[in-house]
Design a protein around this ligand. Structure first.
Ligand SMILES: NC(=O)c1ccc[n+]([C@@H]2O[C@H](COP(=O)([O-])OP(=O)(O)OC[C@H]3O[C@@H](n4cnc5c(N)ncnc54)[C@H](O)[C@@H]3O)[C@@H](O)[C@H]2O)c1
Length: 254
């Protein structure tokens, strides 16, 4: 799928990896709707990207809000690409320091945003893409964002890792399901990236995390993510796969 001239939605696009993807798509000539929470920087970020970007406030877990965001994207033409970056972290143990059971509500919250939000976004975006004309053999492309925590989740990441593993499991099924509609689905599993999500971690921990990446020995940049997201959109043979983007990093237990 050529990026030039297409209409695309980037969720979580007000910050971090989503912002990087939105910048790259706009730079390659796409019309981009940035979807993010009303509390985000979305309005200012979209303004900074110029006339090809606009912001629609929506929670990815909310059907009506996501339908409205997709309506806005379709004003610029048939929806051809989704880059789904909206997500959240959150530390949770099975047992707390006193031995009491961890919070079920917190587990549900994280899984709701990361996994249920992905299903909601994917199904509603696919519905729009399926109505588009076939262009160069396909109708649309969806890029999801899991994490290497799906494979080697650290202590404290039980909810986050579960939600991201769910996204990895979803990827091939979604690609198979949407193949008859000529829509592709791939997932990127980032390692440690320098974004506001990681900014909450103390600088010393971030530095040592970057140094622990075998090569290149640094944190990933949103541009590294955006490059792969754009490549997935452009390469018609990439489908049903989760691609690790981590400089060979394998997370330790803690
Ligand atoms: N930064 C990393 O090291 C890293 C590593 C692996 C995976 N990831 C994943 O990449 C994605 C992007 O992360 P980031 O590092 O750019 O984080 P970020 O916090 O900078 O950006 C995430 C964005 O998602 C938005 N968001 C959160 N919940 C939402 C909801 N319910 N509806 C709409 N928007 C919502 C936030 O407002 C924020 O703007 C996340 O799914 C994250 O789990 C990040």
């Amino acid at each position: 799928m050529k990026i030039e001239g297409i209409s695309a939605v980037v969720t979580g696009g007000a910050s971090g990896l989503g912002l990087g993807a939105a910048q790259r798509l706009v730079g390659h000539g796409a019309k981009v709707v940035i979807v993010d929470l009303p509390t985000s920087n979305g309005e200012a970020v979209a303004g900074g990207l110029g006339a090809s970007a606009r912001f629609v406030a929506a929670d990815v877990t909310d059907e009506a809000q996501m339908r409205a965001a997709l309506d806005a994207a379709e004003e610029a033409g048939p929806l051809r690409a989704l880059v789904h970056c909206a997500g959240r972290g959150g530390s949770l143990r099975l047992l707390d320091k006193e031995g009491a059971a961890g919070s079920q509500a917190m587990f549900e919250d994280i899984v709701r945003t990361n996994l249920f939000g992905t299903f909601n976004t994917l199904r509603l975006a696919a519905e729009r893409m399926a109505r588009a004309e076939i262009k160069a053999g396909e109708r649309g492309v969806c890029v999801l964002t899991a994490s290497i925590a799906a494979y080697e989740g650290q202590i404290g990441q039980i909810a986050y890792a579960s939600s991201k593993a769910g996204m990895v499991g979803m990827t091939l099924v979604a690609a198979r399901d949407l193949a008859q509609r000529q829509i592709r689905v791939c997932t990127i599993a980032p390692g440690a990236f320098d974004t506001p999500l990681l900014a909450r971690v103390p600088q010393a921990v971030r530095a040592s995390l970057g140094a622990s990446v075998p090569h290149p020995a640094r944190l990933g940049a949103p541009e590294d993510y955006a490059m792969l997201a754009a490549h997935i959109i452009e390469n018609p043979m990439l489908n049903g796969e989760t691609i690790r983007l981590d400089g060979a990093l394998r997370m330790a237990p803690r």
